[in-house]
Design a protein around this ligand. Structure first.
Ligand code: SF4
Ligand code: SF4
Length: 68
């Protein structure tokens, strides 16, 4: 199973990864604020991740790591 991790404090909450995910399993967390004052992205349903890494490719700030 693929594993997606976010370096939360680097995220600016731009939402590009949310749009890029074909499985629609990334959201912008509503109940979290990171060190930069943004709501960071997170994965809602890790089991559904197919490891395509579209999210990581799209992220302008290299926040996302995808491991297979
Ligand atoms: S690797 Fe693909 S399926 Fe998994 S969270 Fe990123 S965009 Fe979505
Ligand atoms: S694309 Fe990167 S910076 Fe933008 S919300 Fe996703 S993880 Fe955060």
């Amino acid at each position: 199973m693929a594993k997606v991790t976010f370096n939360d404090d680097l995220c600016k909450g731009c939402g590009l990864c949310v749009s890029a995910c074909p499985k629609k399993i990334i959201i912008i967390a509503k109940n979290k604020i990171n060190a930069k004052g943004h709501s960071p992205a997170e994965v809602t349903n890790q089991e559904q991740c197919i490891g395509c890494a579209f999210c990581a490719t799209m992220c302008p700030d290299c926040v996302i790591t995808v491991e297979k």
